[in-house]
Design a protein around this ligand. Structure first.
Ligand SMILES: [Zn+2]
Length: 151
């Protein structure tokens, strides 16, 4: 791990988001394993919410998929890792209301919670499965995008 990755790991433990992510992963009966760069990978998430195939709480990245599928998709893991960093920059829990505000703003502007969402844009829209909106266009969500929607 780089010094920055260690600092992120420590910050997300101290700001309580990684413990919260582990609690959620445990309650949802996922399998948790150590991932690269200080990440914790929880697989087999089955709860209905959120409507996403992957999401992140602190340094814990939760996936609906199994471990083989997750490790075969480093692009998505890289996207979720950027959210880990965003948690640290937001000092932990403030990330969540800020994220939902950004998602609401994006939804109003584009019809999609990611396309104009500051956090998703910084994490990489394409890597997260979000469409890049054209200038002034209002994006319509297709069912295929909803199914593979990610946070
Ligand atoms: Zn995302």
């Amino acid at each position: 791990m780089t010094p920055g990755q260690r600092l992120r790991q420590l910050a997300n433990v101290l700001n309580a988001t990684t413990p919260l992510g582990l609690l959620l992963a445990g309650c949802a009966r996922t399998r948790v394993r150590r991932g690269p760069r200080g990440l914790l990978i929880a697989t087999g998430y089955r709860w209905r919410l959120p409507f996403a195939s992957a999401f992140t709480v602190g340094n814990v990245v939760l996936f609906r998929a199994g471990p083989e599928e997750v490790l075969a998709n480093p692009v998505l893991l890289g996207h979720e890792e950027r959210h880990c960093t965003q948690y640290a920059w937001c000092l932990g829990l403030p990330f969540l209301p800020l994220y939902f505000l950004a998602a609401g703003w994006s939804l109003l502007r584009t019809g999609n919670p990611g396309s104009r969402n500051f956090f998703e844009r910084r994490a990489g829209l394409q890597a997260g499965g979000y469409p890049e909106p054209g200038p002034g266009s209002r994006h319509t969500i297709r069912s295929s995008e909803t199914e593979r929607g990610m946070t």
